[in-house]
Design a protein around this ligand. Structure first.
Ligand code: WT7
Length: 662
């Protein structure tokens, strides 16, 4: 058994994976690639290097801008012949066509060539003080072994492999192994239920699933393999499940199951990378939409990787030697772009956080910052809000002088949380970078100051579009565009393509077009509302559609309702009981919570359930969720435009019910 893989490979230079053959493999690639793995310098074009000048250049001369970055920052097997070929009305997004490369070579081999013993990953395991480090050389070896194993098991170029694993080096190596052999990965957050996992496996027709026997989080053991067993019962496409051993507890294995470490160690540490086209699929990642079925967003090779790397480098001012601490799980896009692809493409050191912000106590984040020497801390407002309630002592106990930048992502960061993050966590020394983006955008699109240390930051504002991003706020007409075309609020759209954007929805290109390009022809529609100040600074207001944000994770109300409605008779989280049904409210609430945990995920389980007689609806019968939201937020004197409301008494009933309950 390969316990050592999980426990102790931090001894740089003397790892169990050392093998000279691996170096032969690099020499061969060095010949084929234009390898340069130094941390990229600041961007400058024609002498312009300040943010606003560069931003202007990047949108006015977009092809020059992205073309130069792509050739300088990525290692190509053969160069691309066009920079972009995009048409929003057809939903056609193509970047760097004709170019050939391998993403795993860009993330691993070229750094092994220049700095094999640099730490690539720090696996911050659940138990504090038990972190494991993997150098670039070790991570490449692991990736190659896994790549060879997947090939031996019949995984071919273009096949989809579903991962159901916590953040750990084997998960990263599995992602990169897919990239190496040309397979497509589909990481499913390991907190999702068997049903949600099965939906995603079926939609991708994966024949292979990779998981661990058990996960460990917040001191609790979670039977992930058992969830996979349940899920694959209803997934005829699955032929094999690779099972890694995260804990020492044995787990029932069937004929379908493959012991991952054991089989992997039989494989060679050299695995020839496949030559991929820029627009071949790299991965799918599902996210909730405003209808019930989650969308499998498709990201491709070169454009995605370039955008993740460039945003990682400049939004956070990541420098050589920095330790990048992204707290997000690899099951979310944040984990993909800033836990894995961005930092590794830049030859950086990245932290994989397995625990929770409050385990073993609310000082965990800051103790980890001190112990690992984290320079950029990237977290979610929901965690910051939680921690600030515990008081400043949990932060002040630890030395945070290594911190340079504090990032925030997932939802708007309210003023109080922003101030606390800045003043207490950062000691007033570190800029707080509120980053707005989405699974669809591939990387950060709006953030305060890409590498400009003097740029002003206003608390709670995401501020400035990243290079190559041209936002527009739309109403019936354009409300605001950068460069002084006005200010105000509207639907946040982006008016030109950028390399990191999703290419389609898996198996449903029509839905891709309808969701993102039809609401405002000529623009990519984000689903969010935003405000733009006179200075051209953006503030994100929140979703405009039937999607809610729970702890920084997107949840479609329709998806939730599908579960709730079809399992118990006729209920919503604002529950409307069918006529004649009588049920005790607390019993109902308990049942609903269990249903949602089982069918979607524990985190999606409702905190409050209110039974109402009816819901406020528009005349055309659409539930006015924004009004419900205001009621819950106690902003009933600011319900917004009610002119389309069918019957205003419905709102008053909901308000009265809410007041009674809380
Ligand atoms: C939605 C995307 C992309 C990382 C994690 C979530 C909301 C994201 C912010 C922010 C206000 C934000 C938006 C967006 N969101 N970042 N800095 N300020 N809202 O990815 O699951 O694809 O969700 O998260 O509503 O549309 P996601």
């Amino acid at each position: 058994m390969m316990w050592s893989l999980w426990r102790c490979s931090s001894m740089t230079g003397s790892s169990a994976f050392t093998n000279v053959r691996v170096f032969k493999c690099f020499r061969q690639f060095v010949k084929n690639y234009n390898i340069s793995a130094r941390m990229p310098e600041a961007i400058a074009f024609q002498g312009v290097s300040d943010h606003s000048g560069l931003h202007k250049f990047s949108v006015n001369e977009s092809e020059t801008f992205w073309g130069a970055l792509a050739s300088q920052r990525l290692s190509w097997i053969s160069p691309f012949n066009t920079v972009q070929n995009c048409n929003f009305s057809q939903g056609k997004i193509k970047w760097f066509e004709g170019g050939k490369l391998n993403v795993s070579v860009n993330c691993l081999d070229r750094h092994v060539h220049t700095c094999p013993e640099r730490v690539a990953l720090i696996w911050e395991r659940d138990e504090p003080g038990t972190e494991v480090k993997f150098t670039y050389r070790e991570l490449l070896e692991l990736t190659c072994r896994l790549g060879n194993l997947l090939k031996r098991l019949g995984v071919r170029r273009g096949d989809c492999v579903t991962l159901y694993m916590p953040s750990c080096p084997l998960a990263v190596a599995s992602m990169l192994a897919c990239a190496r052999i040309g397979a497509v990965h589909n990481v499913v957050f390991a907190g999702f239920s068997a049903e949600a996992l099965a939906d995603r496996i079926r939609d991708t027709q994966s024949s292979t699933v990779i998981t661990v026997n058990q996960g460990v989080r917040g001191g609790k053991v979670i039977d992930l393999k058992r969830t996979v067993d349940q899920a694959v019962q209803n997934c005829p496409s699955v032929q094999q499940v690779l099972v890694a051993m995260r804990t020492e507890n044995s787990v029932a294995m069937t004929d379908r199951d493959v012991p991952l470490e054991e089989e992997m160690m039989k494989e060679d540490v050299v695995c020839e990378p496949v030559t991929m086209d820029s627009e071949d699929v790299l991965f799918l990642l599902y996210t909730s939409g405003s209808t019930g079925k989650p969308k499998g967003l498709v990201h491709t090779q070169a454009g995605y990787l370039l955008y993740a790397a460039v945003t990682h480098r400049y939004v956070f001012s990541y420098q050589d030697g920095d330790v990048f601490g992204c707290m997000a799980d690899i099951g979310w896009i944040t984990g993909h772009s800033y836990g894995v692809y961005g930092p590794l493409c830049n030859g950086g050191t990245t932290v994989l956080f397995e625990s929770t912000p409050v385990y073993p106590d609310p000082g965990r984040y800051w103790e980890t910052v001190q112990r690992l020497g984290i320079s950029q801390f990237y977290g979610a407002p929901t965690a910051i809000r939680l921690l600030l309630k515990y008081g400043d002592e949990w932060v002040q106990k630890y030395d945070r002088s290594c911190l340079k930048t504090l990032g925030s992502v997932g939802e708007p960061i309210n003023r109080e949380a922003w101030e606390w993050y800045h003043r207490v966590v950062g000691g007033g020394r570190c800029p707080v970078i509120d980053t707005w983006w989405q699974t669809e955008t591939g990387g950060i699109c709006i953030a305060p100051r890409p590498s400009d240390p003097d740029a002003e930051i206003i608390p709670g504002m995401a501020m400035r579009p990243f290079y190559g991003i041209k936002p527009a706020l739309l109403d019936a007409k354009v409300v605001a565009e950068p460069s002084g075309a006005g200010w105000g609020s509207g639907a946040l759209c982006i008016s030109m393509a950028w390399p990191g954007m999703a290419r389609t929805i898996h198996n449903d290109h029509q839905r891709f077009i309808e969701t993102y390009f039809q609401p405002y022809p000529g623009y990519f529609f984000t689903g969010d509302g935003a405000y733009c100040s006179k200075e051209g600074y953006y503030q994100i207001v929140g979703r405009l559609d039937d999607v809610i944000n729970v702890s920084g994770h997107r949840l479609g109300t329709a998806e939730l309702e599908d579960v709730v409605v079809c399992t118990i008779k006729c209920v919503y989280v604002f529950v409307v009981l069918k006529k004649g049904v009588e049920v005790q409210e607390d019993v109902l609430a308990q049942q609903l919570r269990e249903m949602v945990s089982r069918n979607i995920a524990k985190y999606a389980s409702p905190d409050y359930i209110q039974v109402v007689g009816r819901l406020p609806k528009t005349r055309s019968g659409k539930i006015m969720r924004r009004v419900l939201r205001k009621v819950v937020e106690r902003k009933t004197d600011d319900l917004g435009d009610l002119s389309t409301l069918d019957d205003s008494e419905a709102v008053h009933e909901v308000i009265r019910g809410h007041q009674r309950l809380h």
